[in-house]
Design a protein around this ligand. Structure first.
Ligand SMILES: *[C@@H]1O[C@H](CO)[C@@H](O)[C@H](O)[C@H]1NC(C)=O
Ligand SMILES: *[C@@H]1O[C@H](CO)[C@@H](O)[C@H](O)[C@H]1NC(C)=O
Length: 129
């Protein structure tokens, strides 16, 4: 059966680093035609936004990134690995991480025919000394 796999350990980075948040489907499964969502489950919707829209770190739909519901601080800093999608690799690259990026991330494939369609990956951003 298909399931989503990530990293049991948190991903640790220093401010300014580029990171890869691991998440993939096992066994290999082409997800190119599917919707892939990366979100911050602990982030509350902006209280000033009366529409209280769901916002995404990265939203992939209809074979491309949809940016209209993207959390502004991630604009221009996230990418999926286009080649990897064919093998079910939906790992997310985030460049130039900051302290505000620290927290829990959720990768989610809503239409995956599986019991486990999502997974949490933890990112820790700290000064190394
Ligand atoms: C997914 O792709 C990334 C970037 O190429 C790579 O680092 C990672 O090992 C891949 N994961 C799997 C399970 O192949
Ligand atoms: C990385 O982020 C910091 C803080 O947001 C910014 O000042 C800096 O210009 C960014 N660096 C690059 C290479 O984008």
């Amino acid at each position: 059966d298909l399931h989503v796999v990530g990293s049991p350990q948190p991903i640790v980075a220093a401010p300014g680093d580029d990171v890869i948040l691991p998440c993939h489907v096992e066994p290999k499964f082409n997800v190119v035609g599917l919707t892939v969502e990366w979100s911050r489950p602990d982030r509350r919707p902006d209280p000033n936004d009366h529409l209280s829209r769901v916002e995404y770190v990265h939203l992939y739909r209809h074979n491309k990134e949809m940016t209209d519901m993207k959390i502004p601080s991630y604009i221009g800093r996230t990418a999926l690995f286009t080649d990897g999608l064919r093998d079910g690799n939906i790992s997310l690259r985030i460049t130039n991480v900051t302290q505000e990026d620290e927290g829990r991330y959720r990768c989610f494939i809503p239409k995956l025919k599986s019991q486990t369609k999502s997974l949490i990956v933890h990112l820790i951003v700290g000064e190394l000394d």
